[in-house]
Structures are given as C-alpha cells and as structure tokens.
Design a protein around this ligand. Structure first.
Ligand SMILES: [Fe+2]
Length: 207
C-alpha cells in the first residue's frame, strides 16, 4: 500500500519502506547476514544492512564503483585501520581491497554505487551487485514461503490426527457404555431368574 498519493500528478510514485522486522538473509551460516534495503537496476546502485559476527572475514575485493559505509555497531579491521560505531568510510571506485575482519559483532549500512568483485589467491570468486542482491532476496522469500507452507501442512496433519484420536476415544467410550448397559441387562436377567427360582422353591416347600 503506497504511503503517499499525489494523484493525478504521478500515481506511479510511492515510498519503499523496509520495516525493522524484515528478516535478515544469512549468507555465511552463523557468521554473516545481509538485509537488502533497496536496489536500483537502472543505475546498479544497492543499499543494504550487513551484520557480521566477531571473527568473520570478508575476502579481498575490488570495487567496481564507489561505496559508502556507516558503522552502526561494532568494529571492523579494514587494512591498517579500524572503523567503529558512528564512523563513516568512503571507498572510491576501482580500489582493490584486502580482507575485512569483524573485530566485534558488527552492523553497518552499506550503500554501493555498483558491483563488488571478490577474489582469492586463485582469482575471482564472487560478483556482488544488484542482480545478486535481488536473487538472494527472492530466494529468501521463496524459502520463507516454503517454510510457512510446510508449517501449515504440519499443523493441518496434527489437527487431523487429534480429531481422529478424539473420534476413536469417543467410539471407545460409546463401546464401554454399550458394554456396561449389556452387563446391566444381563445382571437384571440373572436376578429375575434367581428370584423366579427362589419363588418356585418356596411354592414347592409350601406344598
Ligand atoms: Fe572495500
């Protein structure tokens, strides 16, 4: 639902809001997460929040555009310097950077004007641009949908099983009641027969 309406000037305009509870995407298990905020396919720009656990090491990389980092929490070792909470770092287009290490659990806002190319000693490894960010976002959404569907199915099966159990219990109770009634009838017949026999005996005695 758009948060602004300036119809008829331009009904295509609307803010894009990423809510605080938008889930993070884990891209290195237990160590690194990304929360994409915005991608601009027409310019290649992308903005994201990144969260790294202490000890995470991001590989060496080359910036194919300039980038802006604003530290929200923690400490990062960037080459021979350290940036901490509240610091801002500008990385120019074309620079080649070595590894970046999280010295503490860290979070930062990253605004990139284009892609970043990662490398190791054998050559290029990963390309991170708006296309990859979009792919990651869509994959995470699909995964969440799958999990929700799985949970719903499980809930349905559990409910079905519970209903079946309830029906079985009800049937068992009904059977028990029927048996009880039958026993009672049998007892009544036995008592009546006994009474009859006693009466017969008494009559015979009288004679
Ligand atoms: Fe860098």
């Amino acid at each position: 639902m758009p948060l602004q309406d300036i119809t008829p000037i331009n009904n295509q305009l609307a803010d894009i809001i990423v809510r605080a509870d938008e889930p993070w995407i884990e891209y290195d298990p237990g160590m690194a997460w990304i929360k994409p905020l915005w991608v601009g396919p027409e310019t290649g720009r992308w903005i994201a929040l990144l969260r790294w656990t202490k000890g995470f090491v991001a590989p060496g990389h080359k910036h194919l555009s300039d980038a802006h980092t604003f530290m929200l929490k923690g400490k990062l070792q960037i080459r021979d310097g350290v940036i901490s909470e509240g610091d801002y770092d500008y990385e120019p287009n074309g620079v080649i950077h070595t590894e970046v290490t999280a010295l503490e659990d860290s979070e930062y806002l990253f605004a990139c004007e284009g892609p970043v190319l990662f490398y190791d000693e054998d050559g290029l490894t990963t390309y991170l641009g708006w296309e990859e960010i979009t792919r990651m976002t869509e994959a995470a959404k699909a995964e969440r949908k799958k999990t929700t569907r799985k949970k719903a199915t499980k809930k349905k099966v559990t409910k079905k099983k519970a209903t079946k159990k309830k029906v079985t219990k009800k049937k068992a109770t009904k059977k028990k009641v029927t048996k009880k009634k039958a026993t009672r009838t049998l007892d009544w017949h036995k008592k009546a027969a006994k009474k009859k026999a006693t009466k017969k005996k008494a009559t015979r005695k009288k004679r």
